[in-house]
Design a binder for this molecule. Structure first.
Ligand SMILES: [Zn+2]
Ligand SMILES: [Zn+2]
Length: 240
């Protein structure tokens, strides 16, 4: 098999170790047609790229053909709002969206869900269900309201009903990511999502160093393990 493109990589702009040029070079060495620079949205604590730096990042990516200007945006409210700076939204090649537990949420009820309910859920089954329902709905609303290309690492960080998410993704033509960095943790969610036959998948390295760009081995292994139909994965040529 041959990876065709890796839409989810990080650089020093957030908390990766290489430059955008390093990721491009690594991708070219792997024979990739495209490498996505998908830095964390501004509201991810400790690693988000601050709002004012996005135009500069866009220029750095745009200078190099073969790179895609993507973002790994954060869901920051239970209504499915994202932290994409409005001024860069029209310039994005791909909108990647993920649920991360450590964000600065928008709105009181969202603060409560991210930082109150999440701890209560450790203590009670009822609260666990509430958390699960709230974040499933947040992600489904996000997919329904925004033009999302990929939902990254479903089920990693915060528990959700990935089958419900997969139904929304199938309706909207949104891809679900098989994240190679967190492949094992996401395995049960990918297995559930795969039951929705109409949804397609994309492999993503979530590289935090140039050496990891296009490295999909953990993803291939999961695809084999789950017996996933290879035709449902959009960015791998399985014949080579
Ligand atoms: Zn992530
Ligand atoms: Zn990432």
């Amino acid at each position: 098999m041959r990876p065709l493109a890796d839409y989810h990589t990080h650089t020093r702009w957030s908390h990766g170790s290489g430059t955008v040029a390093d990721n491009l070079k690594a991708g070219a060495a792997m024979g990739l047609e495209a490498v996505g620079i998908a830095e964390h949205g501004p509201r991810l604590l400790f690693a988000g790229v601050p709002r004012r730096r996005w135009p500069q990042l866009a220029r750095a990516v745009r200078k190099r053909p073969g790179l895609l200007f993507n973002i790994e945006a954060n869901v920051i409210s239970l209504e499915g709002d994202l932290d994409v700076p409005a001024e860069i939204l029209p310039h994005l090649d791909m909108l990647l969206v993920g649920l991360h537990p450590r964000v600065t949420p928008a709105g009181l009820d969202s603060w409560w869900a991210f930082y109150g309910l999440r701890w209560l859920a450790l203590l009670s089954r009822r609260q666990r269900h509430r958390l699960y329902d709230a974040f499933t709905l947040a992600l489904v609303r996000c997919v329904e309201r925004q033009r999302v290309d990929i939902v990254v690492h479903p089920g990693y960080g915060l528990p959700i009903d990935s089958r419900e998410l997969a139904r929304a993704c199938a309706r909207r033509g949104t891809l679900l990511e098989i994240n190679c960095r967190h492949a094992r943790a996401c395995a049960p969610d990918i297995q559930l999502a795969a039951q929705v036959k109409e949804v397609s998948f994309v492999l993503g390295s979530d590289a935090h160093s140039p050496q990891e760009v296009g490295r999909f081995e953990a993803g291939y292994q999961l695809v084999r393990q789950l017996g996933l139909d290879r035709e449902r994965i959009v960015n791998v040529d399985w014949r080579h």
